[in-house]
Ligand binder design. Sequence first.
Ligand code: E4P
Length: 218
Amino acid sequence: MKLFVDTGDIEEVKKAASWGVIDGVTTNPTLIAKSGKGFKETVLAICDAVPGGDISAEVVATDYDTMLKEALEVSSWHEQVVVKVPLIEPGISLVKTLADKGIRTNVTLVFTVGQALLAAKAGATYISNFVGRVDDLTLDGMEAVRDTVNMVETYGYSSEVLVASVRHPLHVLEAIKAGGHVATMPLKVIEALFKHPLTDSGLERFLSDWNKAGLSIG
Ligand code: E4P
């Protein structure tokens, strides 16, 4: 499974990158606005911080011609940029156009397997299936992920299912069980994946026993 960090904060990206287990970064207009910095400078800094990673940068227009102009602009910034496109009618047309040009896309705001089918048929590189926002409505957000992974694999589409709107470690566990190809999450969720009280107490005991015995390495 690929692990992406979902943030527009370059310091968070650098911290996540320092572990060496991050495959990419997703941003969205809200996260970029929250960063307080310019869009292009933020995206380029993120590309530098995660060499070779897939960095999603979202278009903000909602008509085909302007979306295409924006998509060509953001994809020209860096080879690592993946154009993030909302699942609306001109968005799907755009994904098809970009796929034909060899430009990679991440179709966002996907909530149903029907939407995911359209994205897969258009040639999306990633299909971002949002989970937390559905759970917020007291529904099972992971159901669409399970169905979408099954759909993509049954019909052999090349799209990867990206589990998005991940809010806590249990979502990560469920995403793995569902066979999601990618999961994107805030830095705090990745940090939570490290933690287990038995890891902390076990390490404390190992070090205490070692030190009491007066041992050293080398
Ligand atoms: C992913 O690409 C989205 O930016 C993100 O996962 C949305 O998460 P949220 O629903 O917690 O805002």
